[in-house]
Ligand binder design. Structure first.
Ligand code: 4AD
Ligand code: MG
Length: 465
């Protein structure tokens, strides 16, 4: 029977079982005793299985002895207790079928040694064959499924909000325009502007920066909802924490205030961390061993303690008293920069921390104005090593306040007519947040660049593969 490497190594199959494993060669070592040891990995788990290949196989000299890292193989044989250290089982090969040799082993990019992350980004199509990217890929999957599972258990419905949109959900203007117009021959209005009425949708359209506005409408009917999909930002920031295309999960809860929103975020993060620790112990052990020593212990510490919550005003005081020399000076009213966020998460608290109630002038139009008239019910969750991983808020559910904020941000009330309707027809307090999925993955795996947290990174000036 065909089994995955994971099944073969699991201990659930008896020694003596006849199995076939399929995968890619990691290493080959030939012994003087006329045997070859071929390590095969198929991505199903961290470890490869060792196939012990006897010289008596008919294709031993012609093929097996030419196997190099990366070759595709199908190995059939008998599962046996391992002679060497490491795995409990090995595969005593009775047949080795080579599906594909590596053309030019000397120039094959993934050699059995440590490569730099920069180099691996240039071979994004082959990097999943490394230990590191195999582990990142499995942890990514576990986090994705843990998110759906946790929210489903909590009674949320997954709403598939559109990727093509006409509104700027964040009001920040960093959207990718979508157009079928002929760039060399743009239709013009009488006053010389581009006539988007002639475009595909009859108006300007963009790739979404967030599904929040659309999901709010479903929240105000289904009570607990979330959207989870790719989002796009044309921020021209070439940093280790920005992507032009990233995945965001955005839960939205009716009859909730900012405190309930933070409770939801806390339970959510803990559920994700718990799933990673339970389901991916060997991958996490690898990160702790090779990438960041505290990769596992810091997740355990976060789960064991209540979420640390501080007010924006308090955060400013802490930063002022820190004695740190920041590049961007700190004063009440400034937006927190990555250096400030990292100080709060790393030096002040030592684990993810939520900062609440930001000045209204630096936050999005849809956030609810607090009674003090100068802050909004916003929250950001900041994590060590990366800074902001979650941005959320209680939404402005009062039409007059919403209109005032939209006017202040210069947003066209007609484009947002349907959004205003939600405040006209049975408005209720509601709140939600958005988790930048790749930023959380960076934190969980202890990575240092967000481009290593998504299979094919897209950022300003780079969209290869
Ligand atoms: O803080 P943001 O802009 O919030 C929103 O989009 C809200 N609509 C969310 C909501 O309340 N439903 O983005 C949310 C998160 C950030 O905290 C960050 O983790 C991530 O999305 N993010 C990015 N991740 C990677 N690359 C980028 N360019 C990102 N921009 C935001
Ligand atoms: Mg934000």
């Amino acid at each position: 029977t065909v089994v995955s490497v994971k099944q073969a190594l699991s201990g659930k199959l008896e020694a003596g079982s006849k199995v076939t494993v399929r995968g890619w060669v990691r290493t080959r070592r030939d012994s003087k005793a006329g045997l070859s040891f071929v390590n095969v990995n198929d991505g199903s788990c961290f470890d490869p299985i060792q196939a012990v290949v006897p010289a008596t196989l008919p294709n031993y000299e012609s093929e097996v002895k030419h196997l190099t890292a990366g070759a595709g193989v199908i190995v059939s044989g008998t599962l046996a207790p391992s002679q060497g250290k490491g795995q409990a089982f090995e595969l005593q090969a009775e047949q080795v079928q080579v599906t594909g040799f590596v053309d030019d082993p000397e120039t094959y990019p993934i050699q059995p040694k440590q490569h730099s992350m920069e180099f691996l980004r240039e071979v994004a199509h082959l990097r999943p064959r490394t230990n590191l990217f195999g582990a990142v890929t499995r942890v990514r999957h576990t986090m994705m499924t843990a998110i759906h599972r946790h929210l489903t258990e909590q009674g949320f419905f997954w709403i598939n909000t559109p990727i093509i949109t006409t509104s700027d959900a964040e009001g920040a203007g960093d959207m990718f325009r979508l157009s079928t117009l002929d760039l060399a021959n743009l239709p013009r209005t009488p006053d010389g502007r581009i006539d988007f009425r002639k475009d595909f949708f009859g108006r300007e359209a963009f790739l979404t920066v967030s599904g929040q506005l659309n999901v709010e409408a479903y929240c105000l009917a289904m009570s607990k909802v979330y959207t989870f999909g790719p989002t796009f930002r044309a921020e021209n920031s070439n940093t280790p924490r920005h992507l032009a295309e990233f995945w965001m999960v955005e839960p939205e809860i009716a009859f909730a205030d900012l405190g309930a929103d933070a409770d939801c975020a806390e339970a959510f993060l803990k559920a994700i961390f718990r799933a990673v620790l339970e389901e991916r112990p060997d991958d996490m052990a690898f990160f702790a061993d090779r990438v960041l020593p505290e990769a596992v212990t810091r997740l355990e510490a976060f789960i064991a303690q209540p979420f640390e919550r501080i007010d924006y005003g308090e955060a400013i005081e802490i930063l002022k008293k820190s004695g740190q020399k920041f590049e961007y000076p700190v004063a009440w009213g400034v937006d927190l920069q990555t250096e400030h966020e990292r100080y709060l998460a790393e030096k002040h608290v030592g684990r993810p921390v939520v900062v609440m109630n930001y000045p209204e002038a630096i936050k999005a139009f849809y956030m609810r104005l607090n009674d003090d008239g100068r802050t909004v019910a916003a929250m950001d969750v900041l994590a060590p090593g990366i800074g902001e991983i979650i941005g959320g808020s209680q939404r402005e559910e009062r039409l007059d306040h919403l209109d005032a904020r939209m006017a202040k941000f210069g947003l066209d009330a007609r484009t947002y007519g349907w959004y205003r309707d939600l405040r006209r027809y049975g408005t209720v307090p509601h709140a939600g947040f958005g988790l930048g999925f790749e930023r959380l993955l960076v934190y969980v795996c202890g990575l240092s660049n967000i481009r290593d947290a998504i299979p094919y990174p897209r950022a300003a000036g780079s969209a290869d593969f």
